[in-house]
Design a protein around this ligand. Structure first.
Ligand code: SF4
Length: 205
């Protein structure tokens, strides 16, 4: 790994900003950043933030969402966890904790403020970013977002076939919470999943 990327990975692994200099309330537990930078991967997954299970294991997408995501991508765990081929950069690197209703809090804003611009600038070889969920959509698409997550995902052709050096493919979160959404939006499974698998084949296998 080149020095700048390696320094970034080391800095992220040791990051304690959300304890020592939080924007608002501090992280309610010790940080355990989960972000996999890569100098060779051409594909990157940009998700939301680790859940409790991933916080405990330290392995990104080590849960039911990860299983569904791998199914969509058409790859197994060995292929998914090949850091030479796949970078994983969520919008929050640490598990943010729960809100009063027991749902995961949004990704910590400190992460985006401190790390993301440098991380993506240090991985110029990334050609495609699979963007999962509204927070990642906001960062990676900005004003190109449609009025909601569904419409942005539905506009996948525009994003994937743009002329930019680095393109994005917005997809819904693979969480079980989106099972009803997937039933209501069969175009995702029928149109987007085959395209996603073709891109994974092209860039990773
Ligand atoms: S969430 Fe991001 S900024 Fe906050 S401690 Fe973890 S790595 Fe650092």
């Amino acid at each position: 790994m080149p020095e700048d990327l390696s320094a970034l990975q080391t800095g992220i692994d040791a990051c304690r900003i959300c304890i020592e200099r939080p924007a608002k309330l501090p992280l309610p537990h010790e940080p355990r950043p989960v972000a996999w930078l890569s100098s060779s991967a051409r594909l990157c997954i940009a998700g939301q933030a680790p859940g409790l299970r991933v916080h405990k294991s330290g392995l990104p997408f080590d849960d039911a969402s990860g299983n569904r995501l791998r199914e969509w991508m058409g790859i197994d765990c060995d292929q998914f966890y090949d850091r030479e081929k796949l970078a994983i950069v969520p919008m929050g690197f640490c598990f943010p904790g729960y809100d009063a209703k027991g749902s995961d809090l949004p990704p910590r804003r400190e992460c985006r403020a401190v790390w993301h611009d440098d991380v993506f600038a240090a991985m110029p070889q990334i050609e495609l970013i699979i963007v999962i969920g509204q927070y990642a959509q906001k960062y990676h698409l900005g004003s190109r977002m449609a009025r909601n997550m569904t419409e942005t995902a539905r506009d996948w052709r525009t994003h994937l076939h743009s002329n930019e050096h680095r393109v994005v493919l917005p997809i819904p979160h693979p969480s079980w919470r989106n099972t009803a959404w997937l039933k209501r939006n069969p175009w995702f499974q029928n149109e987007v999943v085959p395209v996603l698998q073709a891109q994974v084949q092209r860039l990773m296998l």
